[in-house]
Design a protein around this ligand. Structure first.
Ligand code: NAP
Length: 204
């Protein structure tokens, strides 16, 4: 696997096997996308994604990534999709903050906090709850963009499915400069991992 950005002494190196190597806590946006940059259809369907073949333990896959995560954030649409898809069950063990202005129903056994607090305050609460592990902004792209706006998004991982959608929920509706850290193929998916640059976005 090509790791062009993984030089020694890199303070933000993430080992996808779950081991942490000489690095600080990292905030990730890990998501799957269509080739044309949408993470859901206009009707919030993920059928185009769920039909693809993936090795769940393979290169840059969800399962090893998820072992590095100590706390989650997601927007209301993503939370509602999870609740609909899982028929009301909650699959995450990590504490989760759901951004919303509404009173959404939460399963009894779920460690879920509904919030409309500023991103920086929620990020501080997530960090305190994560036990030294990394943070994951599950989606959508607009919420991940708000973490980037606050200077609190370190990495973007995208698993590109071999499909175009033409329209839908955008992958990341911001202009940002990124550094390519890692690439891999996982069966149907072209996977890329990028570091978010702290530099002023390019206006080219
Ligand atoms: N392809 C993938 O791997 C993947 C990954 C994640 C998500 N998804 C899908 O992508 C779609 C994303 O939907 P989306 O674009 O609507 O994004 P979303 O972030 O899931 O939800 C947006 C909603 O979150 C709430 N929100 C966002 N920022 C907020 C803030 N600062 N304070 C308070 N509330 C805030 C608002 O809900 P209220 O109206 O309640 O205030 C807003 O309408 C979903 O269908 C999801 O299932 C796909």
């Amino acid at each position: 696997m090509d790791r062009p950005g993984d030089g020694s002494g890199d303070a933000t190196l993430t080992d996808v096997s779950g081991a942490c190597q000489y690095r600080d806590m990292v905030t990730h946006f890990f998501t799957a996308s269509s080739l044309d940059g949408f993470i859901a259809t206009p009707g919030h369907s993920l059928d185009w994604l769920l039909k693809q073949d993936v090795d769940p333990e393979g290169p840059m896959a969800y399962q090893p990534f998820e072992k590095t995560i100590g706390a989650l954030a997601m927007g209301a649409s993503t939370y509602e999709w999870v609740m609909d898809h899982e028929e009301g069950r909650w699959g995450y063990t990590q504490p989760t903050w759901v951004f919303t202005h509404r009173e959404l129903k939460i399963p009894d056994d779920a460690d879920v906090t509904l919030t409309s607090e500023p991103i920086s305050e929620v990020h501080a609460s997530m960090t305190a709850a994560a036990g030294g592990k990394d943070l994951w902004v599950v989606g959508g792209g607009g919420l991940a963009g708000q973490f980037a706006d606050a200077g609190l998004l370190d990495e973007i991982w995208v698993q590109f499915a071999p499909v175009t959608l033409g329209a839908g929920a955008p992958l990341f509706p911001r202009m940002l400069d990124l550094e390519l850290l890692e690439v891999a193929r996982n069966r149907d998916f072209l996977c890329g991992r990028y570091r978010v640059s702290r530099l002023t976005p390019s206006t080219k």
